[in-house]
Unconditional design. Structure first.
Length: 227
């Protein structure tokens, strides 16, 4: 099985926390390739550079939404995921956010514990309430997609369609985690592997990967850790 780790960042994020993330990957992901969507900078790391040509649909999206809005910010990640689903040659696509640190070597045995040929998606489901309605989101600092699964093309089609059509009717916010959660909603729970051991809002610290990956989620936390 071919596993591929994928991340994205711009130059500002690289100098803030991404360099530390890539350093940890160089140390602890030696058995797996790491693909980097690098926006307007060249890192000093031995990774496979994907550049920042995310396609015409991304350019259209970028024109529709204000440059400094949260929708635009998280849309960059969403379209990186779309590009990776279409262009990275692997069996299992593993996303790792740029504000993560890998703490010890990740092995194939660990990945086989997290996912399998029968699982389409291994992810952290998170639930939020707004206006007396429960919304399904996912903590997408880490997830695994099985590109060989019979429903992978359906996942890719739904996820992409939400972005290119601004299909926000069932979303709490137009962020990548909400899009991921809505995609799972439309496919149903079959072949889905929820890694959240409960209904925790910060599930990674309580999960099977807690000893392997730390996700420094949130601006204030990243400021304290990486500055």
């Amino acid at each position: 099985m071919k596993y591929a780790f994928v991340t994205s960042m711009n130059e500002k994020y690289y100098h803030k926390c991404g360099k530390d993330m890539l350093d940890s990957c160089s140390k602890h992901l030696k058995n797996f390739p790491l693909y980097l969507y690098n926006e307007d900078f060249m890192p000093d790391h031995n990774v496979t550079l994907m550049g920042w040509n995310l396609g015409e649909e991304y350019n259209n999206f970028d024109q529709r939404w204000p440059k400094k809005s949260s929708v635009s910010k998280f849309g960059k990640k969403g379209f990186s995921i779309i590009h990776a689903m279409n262009n990275i040659d692997c069996d299992f696509l593993i996303w790792l956010d740029a504000d993560c640190i890998v703490k010890q070597p990740i092995t194939q045995e660990l990945l086989e514990t997290i996912t399998s040929n029968n699982s389409l998606s291994s992810h952290f489901s998170v639930y939020h309430n707004k206006n007396n309605r429960e919304y399904h989101s996912c903590e997408t600092g880490f997830f695994i997609l099985n590109k060989n699964h019979k429903k992978f093309s359906n996942f890719k089609e739904i996820y992409t369609s939400i972005y290119i059509n601004d299909d926000i009717s069932n979303l709490r916010r137009f962020y990548d985690g909400e899009v991921y959660g809505e995609t799972i909603n439309r496919l149903g729970n079959e072949s889905m592997n929820n890694l959240n051991p409960g209904k925790h809002k910060t599930p990674m610290t309580r999960s099977i990967i807690k000893d392997y990956i730390t996700h420094f989620k949130g601006k204030s936390l990243k400021d304290r850790v990486f500055n």
